[in-house]
Design a protein around this ligand. Structure first.
Ligand SMILES: [Zn+2]
Length: 160
């Protein structure tokens, strides 16, 4: 099964390993970042990393939406901070590389981005868990850095 880098127009000089974009970087009130941020132009495409099924869809943050897709063996990915228009509903099947949305607007002064979270799929229920500090996410949350590192070769077509 083929995989795709999720943001074709990613601004690669803005590393997802550096704060404030990196996993675990500090947010307000003791919260830490549960994902990795891929900066990209407003309304540029967001692709499904691989085939899967939408398990959550809807409001996310500052007027943007999120899609959470069960990608089977690869785990569960939340694609956040996408534009709310025309996003697939829960239960929709997607194919690898399919455009699932566009980069959304977070308002003035915040660079548009895809916020991406990775879960193993070992837990059930909503991936947001407001009782589970400091990430406030479900217990099977993974460090997205490893997944993105493994996919990065897809941009340069250097994958073996
Ligand atoms: Zn983020």
């Amino acid at each position: 099964m083929s995989n795709y880098w999720p943001v074709p127009e990613w601004i690669s000089t803005q590393s997802y390993k550096q704060s404030p974009r990196s996993f675990g970087s500090n947010r307000s009130k003791g919260r830490v970042h549960a994902g990795c941020d891929l900066y990209a132009p407003l309304h540029s495409p967001v692709l499904a990393i691989t085939a899967g099924r939408v398990v959550e869809s809807g409001f996310f943050y500052l007027g943007t939406s999120q899609l959470t897709i069960d990608h089977g063996a690869l785990g569960i990915i939340r694609y956040g901070e996408i534009a709310p228009e025309k996003i697939p509903k829960v239960g929709t099947l997607v194919i690898a590389g399919q455009q699932i949305g566009k980069i959304g607007s977070l308002g003035r002064g915040i660079h548009p981005m895809l916020h991406i979270e990775h879960y193993s799929g070992r837990s059930t229920g909503s991936v947001t868990n407001l009782k589970n500090a400091p990430y406030f996410r479900r217990g099977d949350l993974l460090d997205c850095t490893k997944l993105l590192d493994s996919l990065l070769c897809l941009r340069s077509k250097e994958c073996k």
